[in-house]
Design a protein around this ligand. Structure first.
Ligand SMILES: *[C@@H]1O[C@H](CO)[C@@H](O)[C@H](O)[C@H]1NC(C)=O
Ligand SMILES: *[C@@H]1O[C@H](CO)[C@@H](O)[C@H](O)[C@H]1NC(C)=O
Ligand SMILES: *[C@@H]1O[C@H](CO)[C@@H](O)[C@H](O)[C@H]1NC(C)=O
Ligand SMILES: *[C@@H]1O[C@H](CO)[C@@H](O)[C@H](O)[C@H]1NC(C)=O
Ligand SMILES: *[C@@H]1O[C@H](CO)[C@@H](O)[C@H](O)[C@H]1NC(C)=O
Length: 474
């Protein structure tokens, strides 16, 4: 047919076409092969159940999407040294051999998305793809990211991992991806963002984490994301977010935090303060608690709305009964409980050693890299709302009632925790702290004098002073 139709003014074109045909031939049965603009083997939606074995070696682009391919064998494309684009999305892949893409050193785009039965990818599958700039792994039913899965992919710019079943963000999973600009992780089951999850992502522009189950973000989780412009965390399980986590996001322009169960009490003060100075565009943050603020936008509350504890700790603490407190279940730092983040210190409340160690471990600067890499520290930047210079003792460090009269509020170490509940009779924390601290913690109160407090003493000192004067020590 091709020879018969040649002739006339199109002769030159046909000669070129025939030359191209010779280079690309033979074309696999279900495919269309052509040479311009790139040498291409295109076989979409052909009902293929296996990767064709006779794909022309010169192919620069191979389109195999929309078939019923279940397996990508080892070396399935080995002959195609010039392959730059490979589309395998919307198949029925259940297995990709670890060596399936070996030797494809020029590969730039790999689309494996929409293969819901895949579920797992061998961690070495993408090794050696040093030119890869786009990797689609969305809608693949992935449960986890194997160790080193993205190792060495220094050219990667777009990584699509959304709509999988990912249940964790492993430490350093993206560490080599210094050129990555887009990381899509929405629509998974990620419960937390640990400290090292996003290390190395110095070029990241867009991080989509919405529609997960994120309840915790580590205060240093976003440390390397100085170029991030878009962060979506909406539709998660956040009741609190450490403002310290947001501090390194110097380029941030678009922030979405709506549709989370925000607890708008003293612990939201640092986030509230960060939002007040944020110049980009941000979503609403409707409060879910306390009830009288439900539905109100955290951003638009007054500082004075954010007092006290929306959820009271159980009166049985620190003599624990075993079950988690409301605070713990919500992932909140304890209100009026300075050593809140350290479970051990709660468990062993009253033991001077544990309380002291717990405090030591939580001095904010102790976590920072040497050389103060985390930027200027604002009074409200720390995760628990510290009040540098007016340190308050840990609750476990309080003297038992009567053992020594507390000093005036401004003397620091012996001042009682700054619960801002105005009605003493309802403030179980305050009475609890006094009643149950035991004698063992007395020394810690002195020792903690120089440390920033983690209590919710965020009310202005004047207010504390007034309250203290009016109510006296609990
Ligand atoms: C790859 O491309 C180069 C340069 O265009 C060409 O010389 C070489 O033959 C191609 N390799 C294959 C396997 O076709
Ligand atoms: C990363 O991006 C920079 C700047 O665009 C580029 O010079 C460099 O080659 C890229 N790295 C890789 C491995 O492609
Ligand atoms: C949300 O977080 C709370 C407290 O951390 C937890 O009890 C609950 O199961 C979480 N919800 C989901 C859907 O993960
Ligand atoms: C960090 O340390 C350097 C010198 O060690 C100092 O000049 C700089 O002001 C410090 N920055 C902050 C934010 O503390
Ligand atoms: C304090 O609590 C008591 C008893 O619950 C109540 O009668 C009183 O009105 C409260 N006072 C304030 C200022 O809330």
């Amino acid at each position: 047919m091709k020879r018969a139709s040649a002739g006339g003014s199109q002769l030159l074109a046909w000669v070129l076409w025939l030359q191209a045909w010779r280079v690309a031939a033979p074309c696999p049965g279900a495919c269309v092969c052509y040479n311009e603009p790139k040498v291409t083997t295109s076989c979409p939606q052909q009902g293929l159940q296996a990767v064709p074995t006779d794909i022309p070696a010169a192919s620069q682009r191979v389109f195999l999407h929309g078939n019923r391919i279940v397996h990508v064998p080892a070396a399935g494309f080995r002959a195609c040294r010039n392959l730059t684009i490979l589309w395998l999305h919307s198949n029925a892949l259940t297995r990709i051999d670890a060596a399936a893409f070996t030797g494809l050193t020029l590969l730039e785009q790999l689309d494996l998305s929409d293969n819901a039965q895949l579920r797992a990818v061998d961690p070495t599958t993408f090794h050696g793809l040093s030119r890869l700039h786009t990797l689609h792994l969305d809608r693949c039913g992935l449960q986890e990211l194997g160790p080193g899965l993205f190792r060495g992919l220094a050219a990667l710019q777009y990584l699509y991992l959304q709509d999988n079943g990912l249940q964790a963000l492993p430490d350093d999973a993206f560490r080599d991806l210094g050129n990555l600009t887009h990381l899509f992780l929405h629509g998974n089951r990620i419960p937390s963002v640990p400290e090292r999850a996003f290390r190395g992502l110095h070029s990241l522009d867009r991080l989509l984490l919405h529609q997960n189950r994120v309840a915790h973000v580590h205060p240093h989780a976003f440390r390397d994301l100085g170029r991030l412009m878009t962060l979506y965390l909406f539709a998660n399980n956040l009741s609190a977010l450490p403002a310290e986590a947001l501090a390194p996001l110097r380029s941030l322009q678009y922030l979405r935090l709506n549709d989370n169960p925000w607890v708008c009490d003293c612990r939201a003060r640092p986030l509230w303060a960060w939002l007040q100075q944020f110049r980009g565009s941000s979503s609403e943050l409707p409060c879910s608690l306390p009830p009288h603020l439900a539905g109100r936008d955290l951003k638009r509350l007054a500082a004075t709305d954010l007092e006290g504890c929306a959820i009271a700790a159980r009166p049985s603490r620190p003599i624990r009964t075993g079950g988690p407190t409301d605070d713990e279940r919500l992932g909140l730092p304890k209100c009026c409980q300075p050593d809140a983040a350290d479970k051990a210190s709660v468990l062993e409340a009253g033991s001077p050693g544990s309380a002291g160690n717990a405090l030591k471990g939580r001095v904010p600067s102790g976590d920072s890299p040497p050389g103060n890499g985390s930027g200027p520290r604002h009074i409200n930047d720390s995760p628990f709302g510290t009040l540098p210079g007016s340190a308050e003792p840990p609750l476990t460090g309080m003297r038992p009632e009567g053992s020594e009269p507390p000093g005036p509020p401004t003397t620091g170490p012996r001042r009682r925790p700054g619960c801002s509940r105005k009605n003493r009779t309802r403030s179980s924390h305050c009475r609890l702290g006094q009643a149950s601290s035991g004698g063992g913690g007395a020394g810690d109160a002195e020792g903690s004098g120089a440390l920033p407090s983690l209590a919710c003493g965020l009310a202005p000192l004047g207010l504390v002073l007034v309250l203290w004067t009016v109510l006296g020590p609990c």
